[in-house]
Design a protein around this ligand. Sequence first.
Ligand code: ADE
Length: 227
Amino acid sequence: MQIDIVTLFPELLSSPFKASILKRAIKAKKVIVNFHLIRDYAENKQKKVDDYPFGGGAGMVMKIEPIYRCISQLKKEKTYDEIIYLTPDGEQLNQSISNTLSTKKNIIILCGHYKGVDQRVRDHLITREISIGDFVLSGGELAAAVLCDSIIRLIPGVLGDESSALTDSYQDGLLAPPIYTRPAIYKGWKVPKILTSGNTPEIEKWREKQALEKTKNTRPDLMNNQN
Ligand code: ADE
């Protein structure tokens, strides 16, 4: 998979790719991540990438020309499955979207800033708009890091234990059950007995029940999707 990230502030985004699972995925060539600086595509002398909104109002708007030039250049070199714009008014990211995106070959992610991009970018260049939640960040870069992490860990061969992504919260529509490791007793706090019983079918039943209970208590909205 190749992910091309179009951004004004790559420094906000680089560190998540330099550690742990994402670093390993890049080293193992499971994914190529490139940063493209929008400012490099600004043709004016001042390298201006934003301007005042037509009709007035607070905040600046990211100009269409440098974004168009950058994305057009990328599209000359490759065919992209999706060109994603990260924005608080996009469709809300969930595990199903990450699963789908992890199967793509090439994607572009455009990070917005200020009041956002000129609407014509969204109308004519973007294929999908994604929000990472109902809150507003200073820009799309941190959201891009979240999106990339959620996608890259799902690429086959990236996680050490292949099955571990399948037991994540949300993969079966439920939150994950509690997990424990040694010691079995710490400061008098005990691990549930069933987990040290060696009785795999009963452990599975216990985990299912815990997952259901946790989901009912913490995210009752997800229960509507259960049969
Ligand atoms: N940019 C600013 N806020 C955002 C959000 N919640 N999701 C995606 N991109 C954003």
